[in-house]
Ligand binder design. Structure first.
Ligand code: FAD
Length: 427
């Protein structure tokens, strides 16, 4: 197809139509086409046996794309979904579709930023105008009340400074439908990737992709169930959907905007109740911002380690790692958590802290092995939150301390005194 003046919207970790600056800005043009690309390298195992995207996240993204495609179709925007070399496919589509404008939202991470740089150069040399927006955090990066040089090294300092003058921008409205029905219709029969069938042995956790499901979850957690009222007391529990918000997977892929969550909580606090629990969800979103903003500002700091540093030193290390991965360490609490991850793609925050401490402090393995395993299996994998939390626990992050040790037996006694959780998974 060669229609003049096409606008291409490159979707990444922003798979929604609400509060999406790139989508909102691009729909001022009439012939808009959206594209999402699965990077083929993310499906290839590396030398240590890890790949970047496992079945849980893959299926979650497919579900999210199905929902997005439907919503975009109502705006007359076709969505093309491809798998391959991201930069090459983007260049190819830009030429094939006669693209004159390219719009996208930035995504934290070194590889993501490298892609953005390559694309910027390509657009500049081909006279294609492009716009990139920063939208994945609660606090807009330009609204931080300190300079990048003064970025606090410790979360508590960061939180206190930003809370002293908390400013959260309003959401972008859902854009109006374009009038290019003809353009839209010419994209009708594009092939769609299918989900991979997985057999779940436990249905305690069931998080389905899509903006619609994300917004329903928000509605449920606040208005329908009032669970937010008791979040601070329940957030360290281990079983079921409702002890915590479960917003993470939708936030990670951008099916929900953190600003939508913020403003909805603010409404809830005005209409129903404001307490420590309602505040604590915002507090946790600030942890997410802390890791994401520091990754945007200092991307290389997260990946300072040597290329081969994550490889196993010997067979014993490899066996220890595999026992950890498959829930066969002999520590019932660690094993239960690892089996939950293997079978559902999810693990509670309490569980994540314990299994990470076990890998780092008890098995004395390199934290990056754990981070890579999480990257492959977590349905809510988010580059900054994952590598940020792992390096923090390993004492290698922004706040370097080496004594973040979790006494696993004590933790089990406190959080699973009746063995309900360990019996659920260690059958
Ligand atoms: P809730 O307790 O309901 O919290 C609300 C939201 O706040 C979450 O959805 C999340 O967006 C944010 N949040 C909460 N705690 C943290 C935190 N410690 N760091 C950053 N954001 C936080 N979270 C991810 O989203 N992706 C990851 O890849 C990831 N990897 C982790 C790895 C380790 C080793 C650890 C210890 C934590 C990791 N976390 C990660 C943070 C946290 O465990 C999850 O966000 C949380 O368990 C998701 O469940 P929830 O949505 O019900 O969280």
């Amino acid at each position: 197809m060669s229609i003049k003046n096409t606008t291409l919207i490159w979707f990444r970790n922003d798979l929604r139509i609400h509060d999406n600056q790139a989508l909102f800005a691009s729909l001022e043009f009439s012939n808009c086409v959206a594209i999402y690309i699965f990077n083929e390298n993310d499906f290839i195992y590396d030398q240590d046996g890890f790949k970047k995207i496992g079945v849980f996240r893959y299926n979650f993204i497919i579900e999210t794309l199905e929902d997005l495609k439907l919503k975009l179709s109502k705006l007359n925007v076709p969505l093309i979904i491809l798998k391959g070399n991201t930069i090459e496919l983007l260049k190819q589509k830009i030429i094939e579709l006669n693209v004159s404008q390219l719009y996208f939202n930035a995504s934290p991470g070194t590889q993501e930023m490298d892609l953005e740089a390559l694309l910027t150069t390509f657009c500049a040399s081909n006279k294609i105008s492009f716009k990139m927006y920063q939208t994945n955090t609660l606090i807009h990066i330009e609204d931080l009340n300190f300079t990048p040089q003064n970025f606090p090294k410790i979360f508590t300092q960061f939180r206190k400074i930003v809370e002293s003058k908390l400013y959260i921008r309003q959401e972008f409205p859902i854009p109006q439908k374009t009038n290019s029905t003809f353009f839209f219709n010419s994209f009708r029969d594009v092939n769609q990737p299918q989900k991979i069938v997985v057999q779940k042995i436990n249905t305690e956790i069931d998080i389905k992709g899509g903006e619609t499901n994300a917004l329903n979850r928000l509605d449920y957690y606040l208005w329908k169930s009032n669970k937010i009222n008791t979040y601070k007391e329940t957030r360290n529990e281990l079983i079921g959907m409702d002890y915590s918000t479960k917003f993470s997977a939708w936030l990670a892929i951008g099916a929900i905007s953190p600003r939508r969550i913020f403003w909805e909580i603010e409404k809830y606090e005005k209409k129903i109740n404001k307490n420590e629990s309602t505040y604590w969800v915002i507090f946790e979103l600030l942890w997410r911002d802390y890791f994401n903003l520091s990754m945007i500002l200092f991307p290389k700091a997260y990946f300072r380690f040597k290329q081969n540093e994550s490889s196993f030193l010997d067979e014993k290390q490899k066996n220890n790692f595999l026992n950890w991965k498959f829930g066969k360490t002999g520590s019932p609490f660690v094993d239960a958590n690892m089996k939950e991850l293997l079978n559902t793609g999810f693990m509670s925050n309490r569980g994540r802290q314990n299994v990470a401490s076990y890998l780092i402090n008890d098995l004395k393995l390199n934290w990056q092995l754990g981070a890579k395993h999480f990257e492959e299996y977590l349905v809510d994998y988010d580059c900054a939150s994952n590598y940020g939390n792992w390096s923090y626990l390993a004492g290698k992050g922004n706040d370097p301390r080496s004594n973040r040790y979790f006494n696993i037996e004590k933790q089990k006694q406190t959080y699973d005194p009746q063995n309900k959780y360990i019996n659920l998974w260690n059958k």
